[in-house]
Design a binder for this molecule. Structure first.
Ligand SMILES: [Zn+2]
Length: 298
């Protein structure tokens, strides 16, 4: 299975910060010692170009990022300490999702050891997200003629408001989000399909709703590609999310999605999305679930 990763993905943040800056390398190293490690073929992304970034983001915002000229307000919204590494990795990680998706078009499934920066809007960053990899990927694949219709299936506990901001007027991109109604962002946007769940929603209810949602999508849309944000902040002990899925529930969630689209021969590219815990090994284990499931369905 093809996976995409760059050793510069980690973000320098203080230990007291909610965001675990080492989670990308933690996950990569975790994957290297799993029984399926020898089935993984690792690829490294190159940085995104400004020209292609403009398909998803406003030029003046890209310029501010490129020139380290984000305002205090911009930085407050992103809520990560600014650094040269954060700037550079922002260009790498969106291209990583793009390359993952392009690979999925060839091999059916591919997984990104990163991605899911779904709060980044067209002209500003937000909530730990500088650029929006999902919108960037969908916009570029469509512009280059690789696909006609993309489904962005966002199962992170938070609504992908930035993805909706960038993609809502695009007739070829379909966003579906299942999220906690009472988690960030507190003002939800209206995408193609949005399902807000009450805090405390557990496995059985969640999986029922997901299953119905996949059926409902299937009645009106056959996408050429699914970008699957497999955020694990739906976990019951997550540091930010207030839904209550178990590890087994997350595994079933991922397998429901993969089985459904693999059954229809529709390619799926996965991104890791959000996940918050001070126990870095636990976090790597939770983010590793999607890779284990993806191999299962490859
Ligand atoms: Zn999240």
């Amino acid at each position: 299975m093809h996976i995409f990763y760059h050793p510069d993905y980690d973000i320098p943040v203080p230990d007291t910060h909610r965001f675990v800056g080492s989670k990308f390398s933690d996950l990569f190293h975790y994957l290297q010692v799993q029984p399926f490690a020898n089935q993984l073929e690792v690829h490294q992304p190159t940085p995104a170009s400004t020209e292609r970034l403009q398909r998803a983001h406003a030029s003046y915002y890209i310029n501010k990022v490129t020139q380290d000229q984000l305002s205090p307000m911009d930085l407050r919204q992103i809520n990560l300490p600014w650094s040269k590494r954060l700037r550079q990795r922002s260009f790498l990680a969106i291209e990583g999702t793009y390359m993952t998706a392009k690979q999925a078009l060839q091999s059916g499934i591919a997984c990104h050891v990163g991605g899911g920066t779904h709060h980044a809007h067209r002209d500003h960053g937000l909530g730990f997200c500088v650029f929006n990899d999902l919108a960037y990927t969908a916009k570029n694949l469509i512009a280059e003629g690789h696909v006609e219709k993309v489904l962005i299936l966002d199962l992170d506990v938070h609504q992908g408001d930035g993805t909706i901001d960038i993609c809502q007027d695009d007739p070829q991109i379909f966003t579906c989000s299942i999220h906690s109604e009472s988690n960030f962002p507190f003002e939800k946007k209206q995408g193609w399909m949005d399902i807000g769940l009450p805090a405390g929603t557990k496995d059985e209810t969640y999986l029922d709703i997901l299953s119905q949602t996949l059926q409902s999508i299937g009645r009106s849309l056959t996408p050429d590609l699914v970008l699957f944000d497999a955020g694990i902040d739906v976990y019951l002990e997550d540091g930010l999310g207030n839904l209550e899925l178990s590890i087994e529930g997350i595994r079933k969630r991922d397998r429901l999605v993969l089985e459904y689209y693999r059954g229809k021969n529709i390619p799926v590219a996965t991104v890791i999305g959000g996940g918050y815990s001070k126990d870095t090994q636990e976090l790597a284990h939770r983010h590793g679930l999607i890779f284990e499931s993806a191999i299962h369905y490859l």
